[in-house]
Design a binder for this molecule. Structure first.
Ligand SMILES: Nc1nc2c(ncn2[C@@H]2O[C@H](COP(=O)(O)OP(=O)(O)OP(=O)(O)O)[C@@H](O)[C@H]2O)c(=O)[nH]1
Ligand SMILES: [K+]
Ligand SMILES: [Mg+2]
Length: 377
């Protein structure tokens, strides 16, 4: 029997044991056992068997969001509020011991939300169930870092450090550096922009440190040495992150205002159901999903049945979603774009619409890969 099963057995037994003088001793013993198993689960060195137990949740739906945070910030309360899944919430730390999936239905998309055990300083080294939690976070499309608004900013910095130390980069894009190790020929170094943080000499020193003596390096962006190292090491995950400050019912309006103005931050109260709609809107934005509706000639689209894809998806992606063989026989598509979406893409400098600002135009198959589909709203 695994530790999780033992824990659940004891919890069940405690629940069905009547509380009275006669059972006092038995209940005390059960609680001691429970505490022992919980400690074992959170102390991985003594229990290698509990390694990934309870974390093997299948990916499902259109996107995956992981809830990361210190214990008792309200992750489980949030999951129970936003999805039809109930995850136990309580005032003691490490209430949640495994990964609990729920589904948020929003704009016709199914977003998988994962409740996870709290993590603490040293999580990346295996403290608590930190390693398993971080491994799940790596598989997410967006991380919600949940913070207790009543606690100091130090929480956020500590968690960022933990994730950073295992190669997760939050709200950063992949450095635009071309890097290719070679068999010979030394190091060829070029840049298309003026570099203020790295020089050829520094790049060479760093490469030598990694025992790389032959490679092609092209900086297309003014990157820092750390960013260059990320490119050499590889295996980095670049992930959008929303910092969600919960429990704002406990702090002053001035403080709420200050937190809300921080970058990538949303303030909420699960307890008083405050600002949850806005959080969903933000989450949707960070997930960068787009709704595509198909329609028959002469008929209106069925707006209850969307194909959900990443923003920037091509017509070819849409074909693949409909049927595997569709793309190979595909000739052209008529694509309608909402005026709002078109304005957004024009103002953000996306050029493929500006050359043809008609809301209704023809896409040839050859163009299919490079032209993005936009949402109809
Ligand atoms: N005042 C207040 N309390 C809240 C709010 N949200 C959650 N709580 C309380 O905070 C405590 C912890 O909530 P949980 O949902 O168990 O927190 P968690 O992050 O899942 O905790 P672990 O699973 O132990 O990591 C509970 O007592 C909740 O009732 C909120 O918005 N305001
Ligand atoms: K808790
Ligand atoms: Mg929890």
């Amino acid at each position: 029997m695994g530790i999780l099963e033992k824990i659940s057995e004891i919890e069940k037994e405690i629940a069905r044991t009547q509380k009275n003088k006669a059972t006092e001793y038995h209940l005390g013993l059960l609680k001691a056992k429970l505490a022992k198993y919980r400690a074992q689960l959170l102390e991985p060195s003594k229990s290698p068997a509990a390694k990934g137990e309870g974390f093997d949740v299948m990916k499902s739906g259109d996107a995956r969001v992981a809830l990361i945070g210190f214990p008792s910030v309200g992750k489980s309360t949030f999951l129970s509020l936003m999805t039809s899944t109930a995850s136990e919430a309580a005032s003691y730390e490490f209430t949640t011991l495994t990964c609990i999936p729920g589904v948020i239905e929003y704009k016709g998309a199914n977003i998988q939300l994962l409740d996870l055990p709290g993590i603490i300083e040293g999580a990346a080294q295996g403290k608590g169930r930190g390693r398993q939690v971080i491994a799940v976070a790596r598989t997410a499309d967006v991380v919600i870092m949940m913070l207790d608004a009543t606690k100091g900013e130090v929480q956020r910095a500590l968690l960022e450090k933990e994730l950073e130390s295992v190669g997760i980069r939050l709200n950063k894009s992949k450095p635009n550096i071309y890097f290719k190790p070679k068999k010979g020929g030394g190091i060829s170094f070029n840049s298309t922009v003026t570099l203020t943080q790295c020089s050829e000499k520094l790049v060479q020193l760093i490469l030598h440190e990694y025992k790389i003596f032959n490679a092609e390096v092209l900086f297309r962006e003014d990157c820092s040495p750390d960013e260059f190292i990320d490119v050499i090491v590889g295996n980095r995950v670049y992930m959008p992150c929303l910092y969600v400050y919960n429990k704002i019912d406990q702090i002053s309006m001035e403080e709420v205002d200050r937190l809300a103005r921080r970058p990538h931050s949303v303030v909420i109260s699960c307890g008083m159901k405050l600002n949850l709609d806005y959080l969903l809107e933000k989450l949707w934005e960070y997930l960068a999903l787009t709704c595509i509706y198909t329609k028959k000639r002469g008929q209106r689209p069925d707006f209850t049945d969307a194909i959900i894809l990443r923003k920037g998806a091509s017509v070819e992606h849409v074909c693949h979603r409909i049927h595997r063989s569709l793309a190979s026989q595909f000739k052209y598509a008529l694509v309608w774009v909402s005026a709002r979406q078109m304005l957004e893409s024009l103002s953000s400098g996306v050029s493929d619409w500006s050359s043809n600002p008609s809301p209704h135009f023809l896409l040839q198959r050859g163009q299919a890969q490079s032209t993005a589909l936009k949402e109809w709203a």
